[in-house]
Design a protein around this ligand. Sequence first.
Ligand SMILES: Nc1nc2c(ncn2[C@@H]2O[C@H](COP(=O)(O)OP(=O)(O)OP(=O)(O)O)[C@@H](O)[C@H]2O)c(=O)[nH]1
Ligand SMILES: [Mg+2]
Length: 291
Amino acid sequence: MAINWFPGHMNSAIREIRKAMRKADLIFEVLDARLPDSSENPLVASLRGDIPCVKILNKQDLADPRITAAWLDYLREKPGVRALGHDRSQAGPVHKLLIEARAVLPKANDPSRTFTAMIVGVPNAGKSTLINSLAGRSIARTANKPAVTRIQQRVKLGGGFALLDTPGILWPKLSPPACGFRLAISGAIPDTAVNYQDLAMYAAQWLAEDYPKALAARYKLAELPPTPQGIIDAIAARRACVRTGGLVDYQKASELLIREIRQGLLGPLSFERPPRRGHEGRAVEDPGERG
Ligand SMILES: Nc1nc2c(ncn2[C@@H]2O[C@H](COP(=O)(O)OP(=O)(O)OP(=O)(O)O)[C@@H](O)[C@H]2O)c(=O)[nH]1
Ligand SMILES: [Mg+2]
C-alpha cells in the first residue's frame, strides 16, 4: 500500500516557509544521503525560484560512500547547484558549508551585510542538528523522530550569517510508491503512519538485491531465502521473534529489521543510486557493484 503523510501542520509550515523564503539569501536544502532523490522535496524547487541553493547530503555516515560520491557528481552536473556530503561529526562555526554558501552569494564579501540561510528538508533529515553544528552549541531542539521542529527559529552566527531552522515538510503525494517506502525506512514518517510489516517486506527485497552480503552477515544467514517473506521468517527465527505456540511474530521481526537499518547496524547503506548517463545523455539504470 502506498505511504502518504501530510498532516495539517505541514500545510501551515509550507505557508510560513513560502513567506520566509522571500527574505532568504540562500537555501541549504538538507537531503538524506541514503536517498537523495526521494528526500528531495519538489515543493522546494518550485518555491525557491532563483535563490542560490546548496544541497547537503546529510547523514553521510549512514550511506554507502561510493554511492554518495556518485550522487554528488550527478547533482553537481546540474546548472547552478552546489552539493556536498555532511554528517553530524563535522562541527564548528568555520565550516566548509559556509565557504560553499559564500561561493554562491552575490556580494558575499560585503561586511555590512548579514545573510540569511534558510534550512529546509524532509522531517528528521537532520536540519536542527546541522544548525547546532554550525553554531557550535545546542540551540535548536533535535530528536530521533519526525516533526520535532514545529516553528521557524532564527539563529545568528558570527561571520555575517543567520540561519533559519524550519519544520520538516513533505508533499501531498509520495510517488512513486518506492519514494514513500524509502522515506519511511529512513525515519522521515512517524510510526503511526506506517505499517512496519510492509516496510520490512520492501526492505528485505531491496537488501537482497543491493546488499545481500550485509544482510546475510547481520542475521547470520548461510544462504539468503529467495523471497522477502522467507527473509523475514529467517530473521525472526534468528532473533527469537516467535510467539508462544511457535508462530512467527512478524511485527517484532519487521520493527527489528527497520530499526537496525536506521541505526546503521547492517553497515552503511544507500537506498537508491543516481541514474547513469547513457550514450545519448538519457538516464539508464546503473547496475553498479552490488553486495
Ligand atoms: N547518523 C546520523 N544521525 C544524524 C545526523 N544528523 C542528525 N542525526 C540524527 O537525526 C535525528 C533527527 O535530527 P534533527 O536535527 O532533529 O532533524 P530535523 O531535520 O531537524 O527534524 P524535524 O525538525 O523533525 O524536521 C536526531 O536523532 C539526530 O541526532 C547525521 O549526520 N548522522
Ligand atoms: Mg528540526
